[in-house]
Design a protein around this ligand. Sequence first.
Ligand SMILES: C[S@@+](CC[C@H](N)C(=O)[O-])C[C@H]1O[C@@H](n2cnc3c(N)ncnc32)[C@H](O)[C@@H]1O
Length: 210
Amino acid sequence: MAGKQQNRDRWRRYWNKTSASYDKQMRFYDRLLADSRPWVCDQATGDTLEVAIGTGLNLPFYPTEVELTGTDLSPAMLGVAQTRARQLGRTVDLREADAQALPFPNASFDTVVCTFSLCAIPDERRAVSEMTRVLRPGGLLLLADHIAAASWPVRAIQRMIDVVTVPLQGEHYLRRPLRQVQAEGLQVERRERFKLGIIERLAAHKPAAE
Ligand SMILES: C[S@@+](CC[C@H](N)C(=O)[O-])C[C@H]1O[C@@H](n2cnc3c(N)ncnc32)[C@H](O)[C@@H]1O
């Protein structure tokens, strides 16, 4: 338990430190991600939770009528998201929270969004399980991330990158969120993979109650 807390504190410090330069770093990566931010946000409806919202780079893309809540481990990242929301004239309920233990009752949201963060959350299985728990029956989970590539030579390179990035940045290149989504019993409605299969975006429904 103490180890988990220390781990959380370490990554909180890391993301607090990264918050000032994050938007600049993402200007390069967002070109690789293509139109993934609007692809995800356009599908959000109703009460929407964005998990690990970071500096709020998705905020400009949400339809105006969605009611937005955003969580993140890092108060500094949330501070940048708050400034962005104010500049956009957008109301967002921003809260500091660990994606692995979301502070919301079951079935609280119509849509849950998580972009480019499952690669950074230590226990991504737990995080997807929490996202599923807080979704209402019939609700939509929307994910976009970099994942393990389609071909083994590229995966071999990703494995070498992981050796450095996992301990230094908490960044994982070989994850496959689809497996967790399917294990949670969600129904995948749309799934796209591109850039050698490294970028994946998907929309999956939580089955409606019987
Ligand atoms: C690469 S950034 C992505 C930010 C944003 N989702 C985006 O699309 O630009 C990863 C984010 O995950 C957050 N994060 C890392 N571990 C987390 C955790 N256990 N719980 C909640 N947020 C976490 C970091 O603070 C950071 O804001």
